[in-house]
Ligand binder design. Structure first.
Ligand SMILES: Cc1cc2nc3c(=O)[nH]c(=O)nc-3n(C[C@H](O)[C@H](O)[C@H](O)COP(=O)(O)OP(=O)(O)OC[C@H]3O[C@@H](n4cnc5c(N)ncnc54)[C@H](O)[C@@H]3O)c2cc1C
Length: 639
């Protein structure tokens, strides 16, 4: 019988759902909390905030990460800011407006109840982080300052220069280390989760590989929390940290956790363009820059003049012209597609023609160089270091790049996956952002999940479940450990001729071309075959040097690329099944007269959730219908 996807959305009005739910959730007696061990995989904003909060409540926590310190999680890279509905700018913001903007920004493919809760919690996050001492920017009077991000007409983004993620992560890390010092959190850095262990139908532990010694270890617990980040690196080139991967989520998928909307990938409009075949990483130029930077291209296709030689009358400020209400601050999917369209019309700039200008000259004239440096100094410095050009003197050149993944493991309102006892937080889950994430809302979601949602919902699970005894030597653990060991052996045993990086590049090129900013059935079908062939070649011909009982980053990467090669096909299946356009998923067959995404609400107003059905078998499709009772489903317009 088909398993039902029950989102467990509480009854009541939107505004009272979360409150009512917290009251109805069972509580764990404080004296009993020490009996429930919890594994948290990930130390980014979602993982560190969850581990610290759960330990603060009295649960013993084991916390794992790939990096040598929890502080080096990818969240540290976040630049621009974090949203909250504080309305400090007094410009008309409210919880309802943040909720509405987020649902609309996601092109009506997110769950209303989750998004509303996120907007409610957003305000608590700011208070919490201020109490931690996060140095948010302040205005001249000492109040917290705000700036604007895409898809909103109010200023609700709190920021710490261009280092918001770093500062927030230091706060969460401080809270985490306080619990580590108290013995409530045991840290396991340099560990990679290789398998999830499911026993008696519940998530009961994980198998990890010690990345320094190569040893496989088993860890048992009463619940497992995955906060392992997004899978944008499936495209090879992305703005994600090099270690970001899909492995933990994909291993859980293979054990029964459904994967939701895997084709929803955010392409961010303002990144430094690709400059060579052997590049391994792309750099984001924060969306906050679009507060003051103006996007333009030459009106004439093929115009090779320097930007300073092109007069105003021959420039096309295409976002301002096409979307007068939102201008340069249209959402990311819209800005990215428009940049691509301009380049497709041969109006792109720079050597490759795959770039548009982001020009600060007007802002510098108006506010002075010092004021602009005060807001974006570190971003300008980063740009100059990478490109050798001074953005105070000449416009930046930017182009869209893979940045964030809205898809992820399916979770219900409690953030629990389809495997009882497996919770998924932050970018690793699919919730809240629908088909397109608005800027500054990932940090908000990760911290909402970790500081304010999981501490309640995991208690409800633990208090209501009856647990059989398990230990890290049980059959289920042994089997999972053997499976992880065999996989490592297999990768080491091939000793072929092509490097892991070579396969990764090839996979990325296929997905970027056919499952990137624009997709269509022909391209996707072709890509499916190409990915399957590439996967076959990988398992025949990959070369992993070194050995397995040592620090071996080629081996680490081989495991991750192996999962990406399978996961890539799931993304394509998902993109093929969604025969509409919405947000980031732009199928060229479904567009409005103005070339905007054309949704099909009658047939696709749902979350697509995929179930693993065995090696070599197609995944099984399930849908969670999305019901909109509080916002009207409209054609998204930013004009
Ligand atoms: C350049 C850049 C700038 C950004 N700027 C902003 C911004 O200004 N505002 C905003 O809201 N969002 C921003 N984002 C998005 C945001 O940073 C991320 O979505 C968010 O930080 C993800 O947090 P997370 O805790 O879910 O995961 P991550 O921070 O990615 O952490 C993942 C953790 O899981 C661990 N892990 C992963 N796999 C395994 C495994 N198999 N075994 C063990 N451990 C594992 C990692 O070691 C790490 O500790 C930005 C993203 C990028 C790339």
């Amino acid at each position: 019988m088909e398993p039902k996807l029950d989102a467990k959305i509480p009854a009541g009005t939107l505004a009272e759902k979360w409150d009512r739910h917290r009251f109805e959730l069972k509580l764990v007696n404080p004296a009993n909390k020490k009996k429930f061990e919890i594994i948290v995989v990930g130390t980014g904003l979602a993982g560190a905030s969850a581990a610290a909060s759960l330990a603060e409540l009295g649960y013993p926590v084991k916390n794992f990460c790939i990096q040598d310190s929890p502080r080096r999680a990818h969240s540290i890279a976040a630049q621009g800011g974090i949203n909250a509905a504080k309305n400090y700018s007094n410009d008309g913001d409210s919880i309802r407006r943040l909720f509405y903007d987020t649902v609309k920004g996601g092109d009506f493919r997110a769950r209303e109840a989750n998004v509303y809760r996120l907007a409610q919690i957003s305000n608590l996050i700011i208070d919490h982080c201020v109490a931690q001492g996060i140095p948010f920017a302040r205005d001249y009077g000492g109040f917290l300052d705000n700036r604007s991000f895409g898809g909103a007409q109010v200023s609700r983004t709190f920021y710490a220069k261009g280092q918001t993620g770093q500062q927030l992560l230091l706060g969460a890390y401080g809270a985490l280390m306080r619990q580590a010092a108290k013995g409530m959190v045991t840290l396991f850095p340099r560990r990679e989760m290789m398998e999830l262990v499911v026993e008696d139908g519940r998530a009961r532990g994980i198998v990890t590989r010690n990345l320094i010694t190569g040893e496989l270890e088993t860890h048992a617990a009463h619940a497992v929390v995955l906060a392992t980040g997004g899978y944008g690196n499936v495209f090879n080139l992305s703005t994600n940290a090099m270690a970001s991967n899909v492995t933990a989520a994909f291993r859980a998928y293979k054990k029964g956790a459904f994967f939701a909307n895997p084709c929803f990938t955010q392409i961010h409009p303002t990144c430094i363009p690709v400059h060579g075949d052997f590049q391994s990483k792309l750099t984001l130029m924060s969306e906050s820059l679009r507060n003051d930077g103006r996007v333009w291209v030459p009106k004439k296709p093929g115009d090779k003049r320097k930007p300073g030689e092109i007069p105003e009358s021959e420039r096309d400020y295409y976002l301002e012209n096409k979307y007068p209400s939102f201008g340069n601050l249209v959402p990311r999917d819209v800005a990215s597609r428009n940049a691509k369209d301009q380049c497709d019309m041969k109006k792109g700039v720079g050597e490759t023609g795959l770039a548009v200008y982001l020009d600060f000259s007007d802002a510098i004239k108006r506010y002075g160089e010092g004021a602009i440096a005060g807001k974006y100094g570190n971003l300008f410095q980063m740009y100059e270091k990478i490109t050798g050009e001074n953005p105070y003197q000449t416009p930046m050149m930017i182009y869209p790049a893979v940045h964030y993944t809205m898809g992820g493991l399916w979770v219900d309102y409690n953030l629990m996956s389809t495997i009882p006892g497996l919770f998924v937080l932050g970018e690793a889950n699919f919730s809240d952002h629908g088909a397109n994430r608005l800027g500054a809302s990932a940090l908000m979601q990760g911290l909402a999940d970790g500081y304010f949602v999981i501490p309640y919902t995991i208690g409800g699970y633990l208090a209501g479940a009856s647990f059989g005894k398990t230990h890290a030597e049980s059959d289920a653990f042994k089997q999972a450990k053997n499976a992880a060991g065999e996989r490592v052996q297999k990768l080491m045993g091939i000793q072929g001729k092509r490097t892991v990086a070579d396969f990764h590049r090839a996979l990325g090129a296929i997905l970027w071309e056919h499952c990137g900013m624009a997709r269509n059935e022909v391209g996707l079908s072709k890509a499916k075959g190409m990915v399957a062939n590439l996967r076959g070649e990988f398992w025949e011909d990959v070369y992993v040097p070194g050995n397995q009982s040592d620090f071996n980053q080629s081996l680490e990467n081989a495991g991750r690329v192996a999962d990406f090669l399978e996961f890539g096909e799931l993304m394509i299946d998902d993109a093929l099944a969604r025969r509409e356009s919405c947000g980031c998923h732009f199928n060229t067959a479904f567009q409005t007269e103005d070339n905007e995404a054309l949704r099909d609400d009658e047939n696709f107003c749902h979350v697509a959730a995929w179930e693993f059905s065995g090696e070599g078998r197609p995944p099984v499709f399930h849908k969670e219908p999305l019901v909109f009772e509080n916002v009207a489903l409209t054609q998204r317009s930013y004009k």
